[in-house]
Write a protein that binds this ligand. Structure first.
Ligand code: GLU
Length: 442
């Protein structure tokens, strides 16, 4: 194989959102092309107008771009084999179908054109993953090539386009494995040499169900909306059904560039891969931890909302505590106002606090905090520690009541002092005073 001529394609039908399985197919096609210095082509297969969904093409463009799977030829950027949208190539398919009619490999049937398949003999091809597959011709249906409305079927258009666009390797889902003999017969009838076929096993929800929207998250947007990082999703789904060899097999964290270097077809597994939410979540947590504080703050902010707080302080407390960004929202539900709580919450065995001790501690805190000008965490910590020591108590005597007063919660990102600094002096004092009023009513 002359590796400069590797040309792969991603050929989605614009029928909705980008399924994770489709994205993985695109990834494998992209990685394989780039690994061999070849071209990755994007082709939109929209001949089935009944399934066409408005806006779906844009979702495909956006998702691929977000994921860094940039195409070398495609509908928006053109290329030597334009157009790259099948509905814009409509006339051409009829010409090819008529060529088959002339050769005896197709026939007119009620306004449509149908493939003619001999009942005798058999058809074979070799798939890179599944090996040699042979089907008796008697089992191959005489499929429609051009519908009576003049539109080609997907089954015909993909063969014509893959040949015209000089695709060297077809990487796609294994649901197309059973149709491939029909395609092989078309290649033979035209006298074209077929490309290499690489059929990839599906991604499963469990042993018997494919990953589908019905059973939960299945689209790329489901994951990005929840605050999974694109890098983590890409990393995870590449490894769903493919694994690197040699030393690299010991690691599981790879950037897209590293994957380009490592990718090979041998690493693709024959058996279906089961989508493991916990694994993806852990991987996402790893990528979140690896972000710089500034990067994390930026992506965390939409999940926090707009408040008058020190975001850097809050983000620093959150970054070690979330695996998925959407986990932020319930942790920060006290930002707008204190979560409604019972004063019993001030009872804490470990901290040795009670509503009674909390009332005293909070009253002391008002006096201490009011005097502090430099409202910084380390500084306040030292002061509270020495005040607690004077009373022969641990600092928890202050910190736990402080946290409850500021949030109304038993646990909060970063604890009382972080939250105090995050709110700043005025808001902190306001909340502490409100808590004191509440405790005094007892
Ligand atoms: N248009 C087909 C689909 O979206 C593509 C199949 C192929 O890669 O040949 O499923």
């Amino acid at each position: 194989m002359d590796s400069r001529n590797v040309r792969t394609r991603f050929a989605p039908s614009p029928t909705g959102f980008m399924h994770i399985g489709g994205l993985r197919t695109a990834l494998y096609a992209f990685l394989f092309a780039k690994k061999h210095g070849g071209k990755f082509i994007l082709r939109i297969e929209d001949t089935d107008r009944a399934r066409f969904v408005e806006g779906a093409t844009e979702v495909i463009f956006d998702t691929l771009k977000t994921c860094g799977l940039l195409w070398d030829e495609g509908p928006d950027i053109g290329g030597n084999f334009a157009p790259y949208i099948q509905s814009e190539r409509k006339e051409m398919y009829t010409k090819f179908a008529l060529e088959l009619v002339e050769k005896g490999a197709a026939y007119h049937d009620d306004g449509a054109i149908r493939q003619r398949v001999s009942k005798i003999g058999e058809t074979s091809f070799t798939d890179e993953i599944y090996g040699k597959i042979t089907v008796p011709n008697s089992e191959i249906e005489e499929q429609v090539l051009i519908k009576s409305d003049g539109m080609p079927t997907y089954n015909f258009a993909n063969v014509v386009d893959d040949n015209l666009m000089q695709i060297s390797h077809i990487i796609r889902g294994n649901e197309f494995l059973s149709s491939t003999p029909k395609y092989i017969l078309l290649y033979e009838a035209f006298g074209w040499s077929p490309p290499v076929f690489v059929h990839v096993p599906p991604i499963m929800r469990d042993a018997t169900h494919k990953l589908s929207k019905r059973d939960g998250d299945a689209y790329f947007s489901d994951f990005s909306d929840k605050g999974y990082l694109t890098k983590a999703v890409i990393n995870y789904i590449t490894l769903l059904g493919w694994s690197p060899k040699g030393e690299s097999s010991e690691s599981e964290f790879f950037t897209l560039d590293e994957l380009v270097k490592l990718f090979d077809l041998d690493g693709i597994s024959k058996s279906p891969a089961i989508f493991d939410d916990e694994k993806l979540r852990a991987m996402n947590g790893h990528y979140i931890r690896a972000l710089s504080p500034v990067e994390f703050e930026e992506i965390a902010r939409p999940f926090i909302g707009e408040f008058d707080i020190d975001y850097a302080v809050l983000s620093a407390a959150l970054q070690p505590r979330v695996d998925i960004l959407s986990e932020i929202t319930p942790q920060v539900d006290f930002l707008g106002k204190v979560v409604d709580y019972e004063v019993e919450l001030y009872n804490n065995k470990k901290m040795k606090t009670s509503p009674e001790s909390a009332l005293v501690a909070l009253e002391e805190l008002v006096i201490i905090l009011r005097r502090i000008v430099d409202f910084k965490k380390d500084f306040i910590y030292e002061i509270l520690k020495s005040e607690a020591e004077k009373r022969e108590l641990k600092i928890g005597y202050y910190l736990y009541p402080l946290q409850v007063a500021l949030t109304g919660k038993q646990s909060a990102p970063g604890g009382g002092l972080d939250i105090c600094v995050m709110f700043g002096k005025d808001e902190s004092l306001r909340r502490i005073n409100a808590a004191i009023e509440r405790l005094k009513k007892l």
